[in-house]
Design a protein around this ligand. Structure first.
Ligand SMILES: CC(C)(COP(=O)(O)OP(=O)(O)OC[C@H]1O[C@@H](n2cnc3c(N)ncnc32)[C@H](O)[C@@H]1OP(=O)(O)O)[C@@H](O)C(=O)NCCC(=O)NCCS
Length: 179
């Protein structure tokens, strides 16, 4: 009783205390429309990719295709949410006990708060649960946020692909999970 009283002391919790709390979970069919809208906000602004690349990504990540990802049993499709708002997403695919990460992206105004880190930790846990032994992905060779993020999660640069997709330079990254 005394402890409860002490906890209810003279400094009330501010209304916005939980404002930026986010949680990572699988994308539900009802989330797809909001992921699709986030894709349209984020991808066209990624000037590290050529216009051709950006246009291709936007059409690959169309609402119709994202709906298919939710149903694809080889896909992992995660979202970071604050309340009902989607502030980040990840799409990956399992093949041969290896997980390829296609996309990790976070709403620009919500970056640098650990959201992508939590999404990647979450997908690593899921990959280990299904006994995947490795995760791999690419980054543009000049995508410093992505490179630092991957390094901070223990990914190792496995290859440099010069003049590759859309004529641009890429790094390939890998992380072993069970060794
Ligand atoms: C890359 C991206 C997903 C990072 O998301 P995020 O939620 O901001 O990342 P986090 O807050 O978890 O950052 C983790 C670490 O990554 C690195 N990092 C993230 N943003 C960075 C930046 N702008 N500059 C340098 N390092 C950065 C830092 O090491 C950071 O740790 P720190 O904040 O303790 O220094 C985000 O910048 C993004 O959506 N970019 C556009 C999409 C994209 O390029 N995706 C990757 C290719 S698929």
């Amino acid at each position: 009783m005394l402890l409860a009283k002490a906890c209810m002391g003279s400094n009330p919790i501010p209304d916005d205390f939980m404002k930026n709390e986010f949680a990572v979970s699988k994308v539900a069919p009802s989330d797809v429309v909001r992921v699709s809208s986030l894709v349209k906000d984020i991808i066209p602004e990624l000037k590290i990719y050529s216009k051709e690349a950006r246009d291709t990504f936007v059409s690959e990540l169309s609402y119709e295709n994202l709906k298919k990802e939710v149903r694809n049993k080889y896909s992992v499709f995660l979202a970071a949410k604050i309340g009902k708002e989607i502030v980040g997403f990840l799409i990956g695919h399992f093949y041969g006990s290896v997980l390829w990460l296609d996309w990790v992206a976070v709403k620009d105004t919500m970056r640098r708060r650990g959201i992508a880190t939590e999404i990647i930790k979450n997908v690593e846990d899921r990959a280990m649960k299904v006994k995947a032994h490795k995760i791999w992905c690419d980054s543009r060779s000049n995508n410093t946020p992505s490179i630092n993020l991957l390094r901070s999660r223990g990914f190792r640069r496995a290859a440099i692909l010069k003049n590759h997709w859309f004529g641009q330079d890429f790094f390939i990254w890998e992380k072993h999970l069970l060794s």
